[in-house]
Ligand binder design. Structure first.
Ligand code: GTP
Ligand code: MG
Length: 369
C-alpha cells in the first residue's frame, strides 16, 4: 500500500498544516496530528475535499525486479558473494590481496587486477567465489538501506592483537540485520600479543558465538602476511557456500546492482554484480536514472568478456549518464522503454523532493484551484 503523512499532503496541496488538520477534523477525523500517516484511500478522500485528485501511483511505468522464486532447486548454481568487513587496519585488504594472488583467475591475467569493486576468485575445486571489495563503502550501505542483501556471506576480520573494536561491532550489526551468515577470520595471528581466546570471548559479548564458545560460527586464525590459515579460510567459505547452495535464473531479464561508477579512458563505466539473468553487449539496462546500451563487458582483470552471469562482477560501459553506486540495475526491453523509465523516475524524484511520499497529486487539478 501507499502512504503519505498529513504534513506532506498539506504541503503538496499548499495548505498550512494547522488549517489542513482543522479541515480534516471538520470532515470527522479525530485526534489528527501532522505526523499521522494516511493510507492512499484516505489521502484521496481528504485531497478531494480540497478539489485535488490523488493519483495512486502503482509504478506501472517503471521497471521491476521479478518476484523471488520459492523453489530455486532447478536453477543453475551461482558463485556466492562474500563481503569482508571489520575494523580499520585489522587486515581486510591484506586478506583480499592474498586471496586475489592465490586465485587462478588472477594468475591467468598476470595478476593485474583492476579496481572494479568486486573480484572473482577461482578455488582449486573449480568453484568461483565473488568478493566485494572495500565493504562499508557507500554502495554497500546504499544497497543495505534499500534492503538489498547482495552479500551471501560476511567474513568478519578481527585482529588477534587488537580484538573487537567499534567498527567490528558495526559490522556485526550489519550482518545480523541482513541475516547474513558470518565466518570470523582472526587476523594477524603471526603478531606478538595475539590472543585468540580474548577475541572469541569479546565476540560472544556482541552476539557472535564461535564454535568453542557455545556457538556454531566458524572462527579461523589467519595471517595475510604469512598465509597461515588462509587455505582453511577459503575452505570454510566454500563449505558454507555449498551448504547455502545459491542458485539463480540465467535466462530471465537481467537484474543486478551497480557497485561503483567511474570514468575510464573508454568512457563512463560502472562495475556491477549480476543477480539474475545473463547480460550481453547490446542489452539495454537502467540503473536509477541512468541507462545504457551495453557496449563492452569486462571482468576485473580488464579482459573483455562476452557475457556476465549471476554472481559475477562485471564492468559495463555504454552509459548515457553516470549511474549511482548502489542502485539497482534492471534490463529494459528497448531504448524507448529505458528512456521512458528514466523520465518517469526523474519526475517522480522531483515530486519526492516536494515532500510527496508515495501518492502523486494531479497537477492539472491543482491548476483549477
Ligand atoms: P583499512 O582498509 O584501513 O580499514 O585497513 P585493512 O583492514 O584493510 O588493513 P590492511 O590489510 O591494510 O592492514 C593494515 C596493516 O596491518 C598493514 O600495515 C598490514 O601490513 C598489517 N597487516 C595486515 N595483516 C597482517 C598480518 O596478518 N600480520 C601482520 N603482522 N600484519 C598484518
Ligand atoms: Mg583496506
Amino acid at each position: 500500500p501507499e502512504f503519505i503523512s498529513v504534513s506532506n499532503l498539506a504541503d503538496v496541496i499548499g495548505v498550512r498544516p494547522a488549517q489542513f488538520v482543522q479541515r480534516m477534523e471538520e470532515m470527522g477525523f479525530e485526534e489528527i496530528t501532522y505526523r499521522d500517516v494516511l493510507d492512499a484511500e484516505t489521502a484521496g478522500l481528504v485531497a478531494a475535499e480540497f478539489n485535488y485528485e490523488a493519483i495512486f501511483d502503482s509504478g506501472k511505468a517503471d521497471l521491476h525486479a521479478a518476484p523471488e522464486l520459492e523453489d530455486t532447486s532447478d536453477l543453475p548454481s551461482r558463485p556466492p558473494v562474500v563481503t569482508i568487513m571489520g575494523h580499520v587496519d585489522h587486515g581486510k585488504t591484506t586478506i583480499l590481496d592474498w586471496l586475489r594472488k592465490s586465485s587462478v583467475a588472477a594468475s591467468e591475467h598476470g595478476g593485474i587486477t583492476q579496481h572494479i569493486g568486486a573480484f572473482s576468485v577461482m578455488m582449486p575445486s573449480g568453484k568461483a567465489i565473488t568478493f566485494l571489495d572495500t565493504p562499508g563503502h557507500s554502495a554497500f550501505l546504499e544497497m543495505r538501506r534499500r534492503g538489498a542483501d547482495v552479500t551471501d556471506i560476511v567474513v568478519l576480520v578481527v585482529a588477534a592483537d587488537d580484538s573487537v573494536k567499534p567498527q567490528t561491532i558495526e559490522a556485526i550489526k550489519h550482518a545480523t540485520q541482513a541475516k547474513v551468515p558470518v565466518i570470523v577470520a582472526i587476523s594477524k595471528i603471526d603478531k606478538e600479543g595475539s590472543n585468540l581466546d580474548r577475541v572469541k570471548g569479546d565476540l560472544s559479548v556482541h552476539g557472535i558465538h564461535v564454535e568453542d564458545y557455545g556457538g556454531d560460527v566458524q572462527a579461523i586464525g589467519v595471517s595475510g602476511k604469512t598465509g597461515q590459515g588462509m587455505v582453511e579460510l577459503e575452505e570454510a567459505i566454500v563449505a558454507l557456500s555449498e551448504m547455502l547452495d545459491h542458485r539463480a535464473a540465467t535466462t530471465c531479464n537481467v537484474e543486478g546492482w551497480v557497485i561503483e561508477a567511474s570514468t575510464k579512458s573508454y568512457g563512463r563505466a560502472a562495475s556491477a554484480l549480476i543477480r539474475r539473468g545473463t547480460l550481453r553487449p547490446g542489452d539495454i539496462i537502467v540503473a536509477g536514472t541512468a541507462w545504457a546500451r551495453v557496449r563492452t563487458l569486462r571482468n576485473e582483470a580488464g579482459v573483455t568478456i562476452s557475457e556476465a552471469t549471476p554472481g559475477m562482477p562485471v564492468e559495463i560501459d555504454g552509459w548515457r549518464e553516470q549511474p549511482g553506486a548502489g542502485t539497482e540495475l534492471l534490463q529494459a526491453p528497448n531504448e524507448q522503454k529505458a528512456k521512458d523509465v528514466v523520465d518517469y523516475r526523474m519526475e517522480r524524484s522531483d515530486t519526492q523532493k516536494m515532500g510527496v511520499d508515495m501518492v502523486a497529486i494531479n497537477e492539472a487539478r491543482r491548476d483549477l484551484l
